[in-house]
Design a protein around this ligand. Structure first.
Ligand code: G3P
Ligand code: MG
Length: 242
């Protein structure tokens, strides 16, 4: 299968140049010529998909507690930028809908990582898939990925037409079973866990392999020349799209 998506993908929105999972990050990625972004999506207490990586608010916002316990109104008041730098003070925590609209406006292809909080795997997979279907209606769809097989399964049931990426840190030896069962499009794994065997298995099966997080330009070049379909990077200042 040929890879028709960007080969360089800005990790968590705008990589290291902006607070992760924010609209500011998406804008910076686009301004540097990036055509692809990855971001993480979790449900609020109200069941709204929002962009955030951790299950708790402390690291990347001025809020406290679990994302799954926070209402949309509470999340809307948070500052998701100051932790990064003063330049981004007041940057909001975006909804999935806001991020999708901006991606479409900027022409950014998106890898939506479904990041369920514990116990909400199927609910999150279903909700994100259904919203993605509506948000990208009539446009090339985003790629939905997840570490959670239950979330991917729910996404498959809810919106089978949306492409899915099977995401592991280190894929287990029988990864192709889950890949087929979930009718996935791509395999995603950590750079630290990419072995020659895994690379050969994916290539033999014609499966696009996406690797995170690659911040060294030489390493990125090597992987892409070797046939990795795409890499996720935090260093969007160092790795320049062709
Ligand atoms: O989707 C690739 C990568 O984002 C997975 O790791 O923890 O940065 O979401 P994490
Ligand atoms: Mg992610």
């Amino acid at each position: 299968m040929s890879w028709r998506h960007p080969r360089l993908i800005a990790h968590r929105g705008g990589g290291a140049l902006a607070p992760e999972n924010t609209l500011a990050g998406l804008r910076i990625a686009a301004s540097l010529g990036y055509r692809g972004v990855e971001f993480d999506v979790m449900l609020s207490a109200d069941g709204t998909p929002v962009l955030i990586h951790d299950e708790t608010l402390e690291r990347t916002t001025d809020g406290r507690g679990r994302v799954a316990d926070a209402s949309d109104a509470e999340l809307a008041r948070l500052d998701a930028g100051s932790w990064h730098s003063a330049q981004f003070a007041g940057e909001p925590l975006p909804s999935f809908g806001d991020a999708a609209e901006l991606c479409l406006a900027l022409g950014l292809w998106a890898n939506v990582e479904i990041k369920p909080s514990a116990g909400r795997e199927a609910e999150t997979g279903r909700k994100v898939a259904l919203e993605a279907r509506e948000l990208w209606a009539g446009a090339p769809p985003p790629l939905l990925s997840s570490f959670s097989l239950a979330a991917l399964e729910a996404a498959l049931e809810a919106a089978p037409e949306l492409p899915r990426g099977l995401l592991f840190e280190a894929p287990p030896p029988d990864w192709q079973q889950a890949f087929r069962r979930l009718a996935c499009y791509s395999l995603h794994c950590s750079r630290h866990c990419l072995t020659p065997q895994l690379f050969d298995e994916a290539r033999a099966a014609g499966i696009p392999l996406l690797v995170y997080t690659v911040n060294d330009p030489e390493d990125a070049g090597l992987l892409l020349r070797q046939g990795v379909a795409a890499i996720f990077t935090d260093r969007i200042d160092l790795l320049m799209p062709a």
